[in-house]
Design a protein around this ligand. Structure first.
Ligand code: SAM
Length: 244
């Protein structure tokens, strides 16, 4: 079981994405647990302000330090788990499958979603363990980024997927893109499924899948091949592909 605590000024944004398909089932079965907190609940002034103008001037507003610090202190009062506090920020390390696997080893992940022009730098310096970006572009807030992280980490929690084998071959799990997949019909308007997949010979199918996985990775993401340690057999197949 993994517990996610989300701090946001728009916690309602999470209700729909977390209420469908496998994430919904995983929550119902207690495989993942998600708690949402509204940072405004820890804002002291009567307008529940969570932003203020930047020192030194400039455009936009900055997410205030005190409500975030108070929120974190309150929700961590009972913190006995192996927890980590993550700030979603375009300035963080870029999220990938390896980081998802690392985070899956935690018992509790507390996610802080920024808004406005970002958060007061002292939040980053004193309250956060890790800063994560979901890519080199700017979103209006950290909520969508947090949902991406929750989805990718949750899939790796044992019992989340009906068939755990699907994690073994899928894209990025071994720094390779997954082989092409097909389903019925075998022939649609002359667009045919490769014969090898219909032959019933499992060894041949495995070799074809390995080759097509290597081919896709070589053609589309050669950078991934540099990070993976290929077996002698895979090296031989890759050489075949290069000669074709
Ligand atoms: C408009 S952005 C602030 C960008 C900030 N002014 C900067 O230049 O780094 C507001 C919030 O959206 C979230 N955010 C934006 N882009 C993101 C990304 N690529 N990955 C993760 N979070 C992001 C962060 O929580 C950020 O505090």
């Amino acid at each position: 079981m993994i517990k996610f605590d989300i701090l946001s000024i728009f916690p309602e944004m999470f209700s729909s994405p977390l209420s469908f398909s496998l994430l919904k089932k995983a929550r119902e079965k207690g495989i993942i647990n998600i708690s949402l907190y509204d940072i405004r609940d820890w804002a002291d002034d009567k307008h529940k302000m969570t932003d203020d103008a930047p020192y030194g001037g400039g455009c936009g507003m900055v997410m205030k330090l005190e409500p975030v610090e108070k929120a974190l202190s309150a929700i961590r009062m009972d913190d006995r788990e192996d927890s980590t506090v993550i700030l979603m920020t375009p300035q963080g390390e870029v999220f990938n499958q390896q980081i998802a696997a690392e985070l899956c080893g935690k018992q509790r992940i507390i996610i802080l979603c920024g808004r406005y022009e970002g958060v007061d730098e002292r939040i980053r310096e004193h309250l956060v363990d890790r800063e994560i970006s979901i890519g080199d572009y700017i979103l209006t807030g950290g909520e969508l980024a947090a949902m991406v992280l929750i989805d990718a980490v949750s899939r790796l929690v044992p019992d989340f997927l009906g068939n755990p084998d699907s994690k073994i071959s899928e894209t990025f799990s071994q720094n390779l893109l997954e082989y092409p997949q097909y389903t019925r019909p075998a022939d649609y308007k002359g667009w045919k499924v490769p014969d090898v997949l219909l032959c019933g010979n499992h060894a041949e199918i495995e070799r074809w899948r390995k080759k097509e996985s290597l081919r896709k990775t070589y053609q589309r993401r050669p950078d991934l091949l540099k990070k993976t340690r290929l077996s002698a057999e895979e090296g031989k197949i890759l050489n075949e592909i290069k000669e074709e």
